[in-house]
Design a protein around this ligand. Structure first.
Ligand code: FAD
Length: 153
């Protein structure tokens, strides 16, 4: 594990990763899930209760916060105006962003991880994808836009 981390953290300077004892190891099961709609009557789902993304895109907490921002504004609007409109739009508003995160997380999972069932052709296609991101300003900007997060609401 340390050799792999060293390779990934390597920089052109004297800085070196400090090694230490590995105290625990486990394999994290990955899954993807979306509950649609994110509402049942007056019950509103937010965060992991509504959607799970694999950790490859680092989007789970971001999605949870985005849901809550949208839901809080909708509840405040209901309280201030009596209108249900923002609450009625809550699920669709959030799901548009959720599916973008599912798409990005799925892309990151398949781009960064090999699959034992891959053929040599599949492996070359994956490598071509990564080369495209490294070589193209447009492709790297697309990835950066997803990584830094889409607008809320
Ligand atoms: C190893 C790991 C790494 C991650 N890395 C990232 C990352 O880099 N970036 C990112 O955006 N996301 C990341 N995530 C995902 C992120 O942690 C979750 O998506 C996020 O915490 C979901 O927030 P939540 O409030 O929906 O759920 P939670 O954070 O799970 O909060 C639910 C809370 O409800 C409590 N609870 C459960 N049952 C009950 C009950 N019956 N009564 C009362 N309370 C209850 C729980 O104790 C918990 O505190 C990571 C997750 C893991 C596991």
């Amino acid at each position: 594990m340390w050799d792999e981390l060293d390779a990934r953290f390597a920089v052109d300077s004297d800085w070196r990763l400090e090694r230490g004892p590995v105290t625990a190891k486990s394999v994290t099961p990955m899954r993807s899930w979306v509950t649609e709609p994110m509402r049942y009557g007056s019950l509103f789902l937010a965060g992991d209760s509504a959607h799970i993304v694999p950790p490859t895109g680092a989007k789970g907490l971001n999605l949870a916060v985005a849901d809550v921002v949208v839901l809080a504004a909708a509840l405040a609007d209901r309280h201030a105006t009596g209108s249900q409109d923002a609450l009625d739009a809550y699920s669709a508003t959030c799901l548009r962003r959720v599916w973008q995160a599912q798409h990005f997380s799925s892309f990151m999972t398949t781009a960064l991880h090999t699959d034992p069932r891959d053929t040599p052709f599949d492996a070359q296609v994956r490598l071509a994808r990564l080369h495209r991101i490294a070589d193209s300003a447009a492709a790297s900007a697309e990835l950066a836009e997803h990584y830094t997060g889409l607008p809320i609401g």
